[in-house]
Design a protein around this ligand. Structure first.
Ligand code: SF4
Ligand code: MSK
Length: 653
């Protein structure tokens, strides 16, 4: 029998001490958080395995998860058809989120070039020219505006093109692209792929799980190498390409004597305008007149990660902490845009008297105040938010209780900065990374990304997994809420090298980098794809992404976006392990297809484990398998022997 809710200790729900404190306080205050709702709402055992279909009104049809082939749906759909269709629809939804966000960034870029929007500008013209050149747009001797207009026209195809290949496939390693062409999965444009995915998974259309999987991959690739990649590149061009910056994180960044404003969501334009508004002298004076020492702008979730990387803005926590932070009573306004915004925030904000403000017409929430961010006049929205926050500060009614936890870390490792960091300004290159992988000091590379989830102890798997990976000499690249989990644990600084294996620690010391590199928001996973492409291009580690000693993981995922990301990594050639649950019926042919056969066809494959140490074991075993296939396993053995020898010598000294 389930324990009564009040007996489930906060410490059993999260390893984030600040969040645990706020869960306890919320219970004392009689406020319900999503942790409580997750305990009360048991997951449906059939839905959990993705074994039900409600694609038409002859159903819903439920399969037997213990004996998946003992029945079919009313239309005759098999469990493989049902589970693969559901998976495809998750990928379509995740892809639509990233690509709609990317298209909004591209439209902003167009309006900036056209002069329709003057509050934003081109912050990184060098990146603009580099991206244009990589897409075969002539840059030499041309005005920046003309190149930018051509770049806009080219990148728009990412979304709207009905035939042909999306532009960014020019950055895919040739062998990987050849595989996609042979399989017929090179994306045309995201709108076309999402439309076809939804069509093919409707009742009575595609009923062959292998054929459905091809469209799943094509749709996901339209995200990773399309919508998400364009979003990252355009955000860098408009707001600046990140470079390392030291930042404070965790709820202790809130300040009792200041007006605290939290921005949560995914679109950097809201936060960029907030940064300007909170520095406005009139507004600062108003805050001081209200008795505040200043205005404290703080990020959360992924737009917070973008502003952290670009402006060194403090960050209060990841997805699982967004309700909890309101319980401090110290938040004078929480403003949100799109994605991962829990509807439950509204009630919590209401209880603590915090103005809860939506800013994007796509994402309104009942009971929230809506102030639309118009990109040609963003300050109208963001100044008003600041004014509302000042007013709430002046009239704070609830006692303030801020957890005293902060951690310092280094963030903002863009692909470009890693290039510079490894090779120096005159010979920026990934060559030193490849060399250190070949000589065995670095065993391989892992991307550890994704959400937190109230059904999984917050941050626990992220931190345990990453610690285990670096201990095994695996360099870790991070994005999204996972990056914030490690940041709060104090492991995003150079000091984390003390936990790394001897080879990785040596490289970190030589290059002056931490063993865990934070790359930004969840849309910035495209930076990992570009890094993987570069590793292939530099040479010595095979001919395609699938040859690399690399693996990916989202240990505490929750969003459909994570499934889209996982599938674009798998289709690109990466072994990708998910944790805590997976939308799959065990013992089905579709499971075998995703978890085994895709690799045999030359792609990556999916993996699953509940325990983070087991996740690490799966990833390290895969990395070792790839090292053996590349013939570089011997070099690593030699390095290990050297270390063992050294230890023996130390012991005998
Ligand atoms: Fe049932 Fe087939 Fe309709 Fe799905 S499409 S609900 S399996 S009848
Ligand atoms: S915010 S998608 S919970 S990473 Fe990008 Fe975090 Fe996952 Fe949302």
């Amino acid at each position: 029998m389930a324990k009564p809710l009040e007996l489930i200790k906060a410490k059993d729900l999260t390893t984030c001490d600040s969040t645990a404190q706020m869960i306890t306080k919320a219970r004392e205050d009689g406020v319900e958080l999503f942790f409580d709702r997750a305990q009360a709402m048991k997951a449906c055992p059939i839905g959990d395995k993705s074994a039900c279909c409600k694609n038409c009104s002859m159903g819903p049809c439920r399969m037997n998860v213990n004996s998946p082939y003992d029945r079919v749906g009313v239309c005759g759909a098999t469990v493989d058809t049902i589970v693969s269709r559901n998976f495809g629809r998750m990928v379509a939804a995740g892809t639509s989120a990233h690509t709609d966000h990317g298209m909004a960034m591209l439209e902003l870029f167009r309006d900036v070039i056209d002069g329709k929007t003057t509050d934003y500008s081109i912050k990184d013209p060098i990146k603009l020219l580099e991206i244009a050149a990589s897409l075969d747009i002539v840059t030499e001797g041309r005005k920046l505006k003309d190149v930018a207009l051509d770049l806009y026209a080219e990148l728009e195809k990412t979304y709207t093109q009905v035939d042909g290949e999306i532009p960014m496939v020019k950055r895919v390693p040739p062998k990987t692209l050849e595989l996609w062409r042979e399989a017929g999965i090179v994306p045309r444009g995201a709108m076309r792929e999402i439309m076809e995915m939804m069509h093919r998974t409707a009742m009575g259309v595609d009923q062959d799980y292998e054929n459905i999987t091809k469209q799943i991959s094509r749709t996901a690739l339209a995200d990773g190498w399309g919508g998400s990649m364009v979003s990252t590149d355009i955000s860098d061009i408009l707001f600046g390409t990140p470079s390392p910056v030291e930042v404070d994180v965790d709820m202790g960044v809130l300040k009792e004597d200041q007006v605290n404003i939290i921005v949560h969501g995914h679109e950097p334009n809201l936060l960029e305008s907030m940064v300007v508004s909170v520095a406005d002298h009139t507004l600062l004076d108003a805050a001081k007149s209200a008795g505040a020492k200043g205005i404290n702008l703080v990020g959360m979730c992924c737009s917070g990660l973008e502003a952290l990387s670009r402006h060194g803005l403090s960050h209060a926590g990841n997805f699982s902490s967004t309700e909890a932070v309101l319980v401090t009573g110290a938040v004078d306004a929480m403003t949100v845009d799109i994605q991962c915004i829990k509807q439950g925030l509204q009630k919590v904000a209401d209880f603590y008297g915090t103005p809860f403000i939506t800013t994007n017409y796509r994402a309104k929430i009942e009971g929230a105040l809506h102030i639309q961010l118009e990109e040609h006049e963003p300050r109208e929205c963001t100044d008003e938010i600041v004014i509302k926050a000042i007013s709430r500060f002046k009239n704070r009614k609830k006692p303030v209780q801020i957890p005293r936890n902060t951690a310092k870390g280094v963030h903002g490792f863009s692909f470009e900065y890693i290039n510079y960091m490894l090779g120096g300004s005159f010979r920026g290159s990934y060559t030193p990374l490849n060399e250190n992988i070949i000589n065995g000091r670095i065993r391989g590379v892992a991307g550890v990304v994704g959400c937190t989830n109230p059904r999984s102890k917050q941050d626990y798997s992220h931190v345990a997994l990453v610690k285990e990976l670096i201990k095994n000499d695996v360099l870790v690249l991070q994005t999204g809420c996972s990056q914030m989990a490690l940041a709060k644990a104090g492991l995003t600084g150079p000091g984390a090298a003390a936990l790394a294996g001897p080879g990785l620690a040596e490289v970190c010391e030589t290059v002056g980098m931490p063993p865990i590199l934070g790359l930004g928001s969840c849309v910035d996973n495209s930076r990992i794809l570009i890094a993987a492409s570069e590793m292939v291009k530099v040479g010595g580690l095979g001919e395609c992404i699938a040859d690399l000693p690399a693996a990916g993981c989202a240990p505490e995922w929750m969003s459909e976006k994570a499934i889209a990301i996982g599938q674009y990594f798998v289709a690109s050639g990466v072994y990708t392990v998910f944790g805590h649950t997976f939308p799959m019926t065990k013992g089905t042919r579709f499971e075998k297809h995703l978890f085994e056969e895709l690799e045999e066809l030359g792609f990556g494959k999916w993996g699953f484990a509940e325990d983070p140490i087991e996740m690490a074991r799966l990833m390290v075993s895969h990395i070792d398998k790839k090292r053996a296939q590349l013939g570089i396993d011997k070099t690593r053995e030699r390095v290990l022997l050297d270390m063992a020898d050294r230890r023996d010598l130390d012991a005998n000294a």
